[in-house]
Ligand binder design. Structure first.
Ligand SMILES: C[S@@+](CC[C@H](N)C(=O)[O-])C[C@H]1O[C@@H](n2cnc3c(N)ncnc32)[C@H](O)[C@@H]1O
Length: 499
């Protein structure tokens, strides 16, 4: 039956660009804001099979049986009922799942899949059930973009949900193991793999690393249920976002467990939340989870919320609106829970881990706050993978060797200078990176001059000395700081070694 469904979706041109052309950009934007009315109006009179399917499986509207039969000529209404896509009440058909096209681009090129999941709040008009299986959301596309694109043998997708990370991982791995505590989630993930003709993914039921005890993987990817939730019977524990532990302990467990399940040199790309507590920096706490497990770690914090904002975000996500008594009761539970641990803020971002090849090779630890918004930025995984390689190369050079190296400023770097009116010297110099993490770096005149002169011709040491002379500074006093900064700029991809 799944091949019949695939044939019908294909014939209906049930694709992202076709739907966009049917409902238009404004309706698409409204849908992303949680408003289905413009899309519903745009599709109302259309008999295009893709419009019929989108009304049902994206907007959650009912259809009459004859209309659906025309849109699914191979599978038929009976087949759709048997597959659990819809239920029939006389002549009326009601959707039981969300099913929509999803398009992406990665280093292998452009691709498009159909992804089935539970119907969301927008379609049902009701708060989510606690065993809700998420479709592809903002966090899913963020982690998909964070996955390293290097070819490997094996990948573990922990907490696969509808299977979206496993499908992405399979483009770069010969074998993928996808786990979840939810049998319903695994059902959707299996359906999505089969519907899109993707093999090589093994689905296993169980919590955290239990289903892969004793196994190691070249890569682990996880968008774990990281949402911090008060542990009280009155607060709903949504399976898709809450791992059932106190505070950020679930993310700590995923990080710590990675050490036992990565091959030497293997990496993990995770999303997570971490708590800032009185006098304790959240980023350093999160990095300590990895360091204690013997892993290299690089954490990039994308966002930070105070307890009230955090509570509002996740109470709303569960379908409870502000201003209702239920909202106020839940918000109080969140704030009380944070107070117990002295939580002042909650950070969100990316964790990249690496199991060192040898114990001696261990020691990379970097935590940072993104200097530019990263939402929707693609290719971050490729950038970070290259950055780790660059880090290893630069770590192998002592200062004298780095000063003898020739470096080139990357083509996506621009420099911005701000001057007080009438002043000859700039008051601020900023180096901006067009790709990668879109870094914005404040540079002093010496660093800006060195970066500007790195054209791949002269060794770094010669440039540093020339800049020191120009600025009338003792070169010996300038070298150590500039060499240290050059190391970081090579890792960031702002300076590139010339072979
Ligand atoms: C935020 S969803 C991520 C879904 C999907 N991987 C994505 O990126 O969109 C988290 C998933 O973890 C699963 N989960 C919850 N607790 C878990 C646990 N203890 N061990 C493994 N998976 C768990 C949930 O059922 C859910 O499918």
């Amino acid at each position: 039956m799944i091949p019949a469904l695939r044939a019908d979706l294909d014939a209906a041109r049930y694709r992202v660009d076709h739907l966009d052309s049917l409902w238009g950009a404004a309706a698409e934007a409204a849908l992303l804001r949680g408003n289905r009315v413009p899309a519903s109006r745009a599709l109302a009179a259309s008999r295009d099979p893709a419009a019929v399917l989108a009304r049902l499986f994206v907007l959650g509207e009912t259809a009459d049986a004859a209309t659906l039969a025309a849109a699914l000529p191979t599978l038929g209404v009976t087949g759709a009922v048997q597959l659990g896509l819809v239920e029939r009440d006389g002549d009326r058909i009601r959707p039981l799942i969300d099913l929509r096209p999803y398009a992406f681009v990665d280093t292998h090129g452009a691709g498009e899949w159909w992804i089935a999941s539970d119907l969301g709040e927008l379609a049902t008009g009701a708060a989510l059930r606690v065993d809700h299986v998420l479709g592809v959301g903002g966090a899913s596309t963020t982690l998909a973009a964070l996955q390293f694109p290097d070819d490997v043998e094996t990948v573990l997708d922990l907490g696969t949900g509808c299977g979206i990370q496993a499908l992405h991982a399979r483009r770069f791995a010969r074998r993928v193991v996808a786990t979840d505590v939810s049998e319903r989630a695994l059902g959707f993930a299996r359906l999505n793999a089969e519907l899109n003709g993707i093999d090589g993914i093994e689905f296993r039921l169980g919590s955290l690393y239990e289903p892969v005890a004793g196994e190691r993987f070249d890569r682990i990817v996880s968008n774990p249920p990281f949402v911090i939730t008060p542990r009280s019977p009155e607060v709903p524990a949504y399976e898709y976002r809450d791992g059932g532990l106190v505070g950020d302990a679930l993310v700590a467990s995923v990080v710590a467990g990675a050490a036992e399940h990565l091959t030497p040199g293997g990496t993990a790309q995770l999303l997570g939340n971490w708590e800032y507590r009185w006098n304790v920096d959240g980023l350093e706490r999160a990095a300590d989870w990895a360091t204690a497990a013997g892993l290299d770690v690089w954490i990039i914090e994308r966002d930070r919320l105070d307890p009230a904002r955090y509570a509002e975000t996740w109470i709303r996500d569960g379908g409870t609106r502000a201003g209702t008594p239920e909202f106020e009761r839940l918000c109080a539970a969140w704030i009380d829970d944070f107070a117990v641990r002295g939580v002042t803020e909650v950070g969100f971002g990316y964790l990249v881990l690496r199991r060192p090849v040898t114990d001696a090779a261990r020691g990379f630890r970097r935590v940072e706050r993104a200097s530019a918004p990263l939402e929707g930025v693609t290719g971050i995984g490729a950038h970070l993978s290259a950055a780790l390689t660059a880090r290893d190369a630069v770590a192998a050079l002592d200062d004298a060797e780095l000063l003898a190296a020739r470096l080139r400023v990357a083509p996506d770097v621009t420099e911005e200078r701000s001057h007080w009116p009438g002043a000859e010297d700039p008051s601020v110099i900023v180096l901006r990176q067009g790709g990668g993490l879109r870094r914005e770096l404040r540079a002093d005149p010496a660093l800006a001059a060195v970066v500007g002169a790195c054209d791949g011709e002269l060794p770094l040491g010669v440039i540093v000395d020339a800049v020191a002379e120009l600025l009338d500074i003792d070169p010996a006093s300038m070298r150590p700081a500039l060499v240290a900064e050059a190391r970081e700029l090579v890792i960031d991809g702002i300076l590139q070694p010339v072979p």
